[in-house]
Design a protein around this ligand. Sequence first.
Ligand code: GTP
Ligand code: MG
Length: 441
Amino acid sequence: MVLDSLKKGLRDTLKRLVGASTIDEALINEIVKDVQRSLLISDVNARLVFDVSKKIKERALNEQPPLGLSRKDHVVKILYEEISKLLGEEKPLPFKPNKVNKVLMIGIQGSGKTSATAKLSRWLTKHGYEVGVIGADTFRPAALEQLKSMCSKINVEVYGEDSKDAVSIVKRGLEYFDNKIDVLIIDTAGRHKEESSLLEEMKSIYDLVNPELVLLVIDGTIGQQCYSQAAAFHKAVPVGGIIVTKLDGAAKGGGALSAAAATGASVMFISTGERIDDLEQFLPTRFVGRLLGMGDIKALLDMARQLEIEADEKKIKRITSGKMTIDDFYYQLEQVNKMGSLKSLFENIPGLSTAVKEEDVDVMEEKVKRWRYIIQSMSKEERANPDIFNASRIRRVARGSGSSEKDVKELLTQYKRSKDIMKSVKGRAMHGLLKRFGFGK
Ligand SMILES: Nc1nc2c(ncn2[C@@H]2O[C@H](COP(=O)(O)OP(=O)(O)OP(=O)(O)O)[C@@H](O)[C@H]2O)c(=O)[nH]1
Ligand SMILES: [Mg+2]
């Protein structure tokens, strides 16, 4: 498959992870180094490698796995998520029903536009679309024959003319297919990104067609240079998606895919061979799932999701029954944070908007921010059992979080108050409120 070396590297990393007896910082460091090496070998840009490995490390060291998910599985999940992100966001095809959706294929000479046009026609036909093609390459000798011969094998009609005026060909092609099909793909002439007359032609075609999707075709064997190529084209016309070709046996595939993704335009398809069926839709999460060995990963992710939901439920129950820990208190702060600012929260609760002064809310937001640092400086034991706090612990936490002892004491008081409130009738009303906001369903 594509990116065999990356696959092998990542699977070795997984094996090492699964085989380890404990997950500690030393192991995480080794794992991160392994991943770095694998990514660099497949030509991923050093800067991107640095960023992604930093992220993996931070999350692996700091994130608490949901209750019931092992630390190990949690690290696997982090690897999966971060490497998927490195390869870009998933973007659906922008096609709408009951109209001719136009796709403009662009790219430099020999990148694989014409083959990709035929392959994409095939892919779309298989997915239920009625497809037509316009051959607008008036530069390459026999370009039209090449296109027609590929498309005739898959019963896709090609409109073309034996003329030199690409813009007029496209104009008549649009009229020809008017209302007859779902997707119209326009193959254009290959060009060097510097050739201004050809860039002009591309722009004229773009203005005439006003396409739903501009697909940039890039030869994947150039690796991370994909970035500057994509950026150059994007300056001329807005690139909506990228097709990376020639990934069969391209050792630099990782570089090509991550560089293309780094431009912000999603890699929508990859081409992995010369046959008409060698085009696949590119979905980063599924792709990485396959690299890592999908079956196991999917089961693991499902489990993680389920455990997260259960953990939330348990937390809410603990909070409302008055057995709240500082972790739970922190969780509440985080939930409030997720809902947006405290201000908007108060504005949304009837009666509160007039009862709470705006300055007070600002002060409160500041306080909550500080509390986060304070809680992060507490030990696990202190968070679970805050009764053990004494003067020296308070001093340590204050110093560790860069706040005053008074702040720490205030937080502890607030925590106790919150715990008491939750125990009372009001707490039960709060439970209802949390539910209304979608928590602890
Ligand atoms: N191995 C491999 N070869 C490919 C792939 N895609 C395209 N090719 C080959 O690359 C060459 C160029 O492909 P074309 O589709 O003609 O490229 P183009 O961008 O239309 O070229 P111009 O029209 O001259 O700009 C052909 O020999 C294709 O068979 C691929 O995914 N894998
Ligand atoms: Mg061509």
